[in-house]
Design a protein around this ligand. Sequence first.
Ligand code: SF4
Length: 331
Amino acid sequence: MARLATRWPDARCELDHRNAFELLCATILAAQSTDRLVNTVTPALFAHWPDAHAMAAAPPDELERAIHSTGFFRMKARHLLGMARALVERHGGEVPADMDALCALPGVARKTANVILGTAFGTDRGVVVDTHVTRLSQRLGLTGESDPVKIERDLMALLPREQWRSFADRLIWHGRRVCFARQPACGLCDLAPLCPSADVPGRAAEAAAGDPTAAGATTAAEAEATATAAADGPFDSAPPALRSGRTGSRSRRSPKPSPSPSPKPSPKPSPSPSPSPKPSPSPSPRPKPSPKPSPRPKPSPKPSPRPKPSPKPSPSPKPSPASRPPRLPRR
Ligand code: SF4
């Protein structure tokens, strides 16, 4: 935690918002998208529908168009409308500062509720477990679980309550900027000496050098992570592709086995060609055995003795010869 705090002292929620309602909308939109992309959409969204009352009356098609670029816009529009209407009907249009009440809203599960409670209300009821926290806590050996609820329970047991929010924020930043899903930059990671999943520094540095996001850009890294992420609602479940945990770092060594499969196919074709030429000469020896038995064996004997097909034609020519007719006349 100290290393994370030193590395990311200003880590915070990167979704732009002015109040709990806007943060709730932005968090719903951030599912399977990037914070940066959501931040390009929310200004116009909140200008049209600034609160729960306004959004509850929003035409669905207009709402879909407004959030179209964030992906899964139909589902997200349904969640936004359902959430806004539920806020109006149950909470007077205000976002409740209660875990159970938040989780009862459409499109809201425990991860989103933790974001709202921690960031908007300053209440630490749990640890935000998103795709980054899931991946990093597994790689760092902080949990052996893959279920977000169980991961959150493990992290809550490891950390004092006052560090729950900052720890999640810093872990998310670290996941977006260093510990990428596919090619973590272990060579640039301050946690490498403590991380059981740390890769060979040289290789990791090379991988990081080839990754433009290693220096701090987040778009590609987030896109990579969120491309396979099932975020909230049903989104809150951890993405299967990232549940490999510690094996995630080892997965980048997969390119090695690639050369092995290539030599395998080579030996297979070698035996096949040998039998193939043998059957080809087989048709020719059929006529030869009877007229030329011994004198000129050079052309025919080569294919006939070794290949299997040669014995097949041999029986056919044997009965044909005209040297046996003498036995018939006795009757
Ligand atoms: S050492 Fe590598 S795997 Fe471990 S936290 Fe750092 S970047 Fe991630």
